[in-house]
Design a protein around this ligand. Sequence first.
Ligand SMILES: *Cc1c(COP(=O)(O)O)cnc(C)c1O
Length: 428
Amino acid sequence: MWISVQQVHQPMETLNFLTEAQAKQAASTIGTPCYIYSRATIEQRAAEVLAFPNAYGFNARYALKANPNIAILKLIENAGLHFDASSEYEVMRCLHAGIPAEKIQLTGQQFPRKFLKQIIEAGVLYNACSLNQLEQFGQAFPGSNVSFRINPGTGSGSNRKTNVGGESASFGIWHEYTDKVQEIADKYDLKITRIHSHIGSGSDPEVWKGVTEMTLAQADKFPLVHTVNLGGGFKVARMSSEKSTDLQEVGEFVKNVFTSHAEKTGNEYKLEIEPGTYLSANCGSLIAEVDDVVDTGDKGYDFLKLNTGMDTITRPALYGSEHPIVVLNDSDKTKDYVICGHCCESGDVFTVDDSDTILPRTVKEAQIGDLVVIEGAGAYCAAMSLKNYNSFPTTPQLLLDNDGSFKTILGEETLDAMFSKEIIPDFA
Ligand SMILES: *Cc1c(COP(=O)(O)O)cnc(C)c1O
């Protein structure tokens, strides 16, 4: 299935927040594979987000789809952030975690079917992502305040699967249809008080500047709008060759657009952003073990097979995302390996690029049983995993607390729990 092999010698990656001793301790506490999240890193990231430059007020929402464990939500709430939920079920998860409804906004591809009344009456903010959603919301709650998500007509993101703006993305209301937004609002006496765009803008301040200008121009069409939400998409470096967004730099660009816009129009908007990746990506590590070492002869490859895979961390198979992989042993030799997962699936390979070409990775020469840490595994990893594929149990999660202790925040999944909802009917 692979067309070519690109031989790139990247520098060896190193551990992120864990020490080697802590990784070993975690592995002996709960076994492998296990996820570990760092409380200190989460708190540090939250503080960086809250320091985002702004002109007329600011609020940050954590896009909880990146990592929705309720312990993580609590830490992020305690740090002072609000939340953006991608479905009514994520809203229910926040409420279950004890987060006040007023701190939660729902921005979903699917209109709530089950808990609509409950969540809106509790005070959750609604962000309509299509004309149909706005219409349905108006019918159910005429006279309410509401936000809408706009597709400003431009996208970003590194490939089609991560691009959430422009003609090829279904997210939000196309920017040419704002007249229809006004029509629906008038019909149901809805008050458009907030406007939202999320195109996954990345780390380039110029892109953020452009999106900010476009979104502010749209906001001006709705006299009751007081808050402009620019979404998330702040890229972070996982691999040492990548570059993280400088929030201060991007924020200064955004702030300047808000200020000069206000000077021209008199409209002073409050700013909201809603990062997911930025808050959580480098707060998590996945600890696994080398389960097997095989090779395919002189012209082939050396493979490391881990005791984890796409059922636990799916981004490499789905996007060709690269994560740092660190082998823990005392060897002073290195070797190039194709590193793969434990699922019976040729796509379960960690060392590929975004065109699905295998990229052997230089790591320490490894033996069966060595611990391996996959870094940058805090966002869209546990959250987006293909849980239970091959009937591997869901990977447990630990929190590394600020005093150095480990706390279990997702226990091991028992076989009973995995099988309990499946039923063999009476075939007689
Ligand atoms: C996913 C999502 C985000 C967060 O995106 P990141 O790239 O993780 O920062 C923010 N807003 C909305 C509406 C989203 O769907």
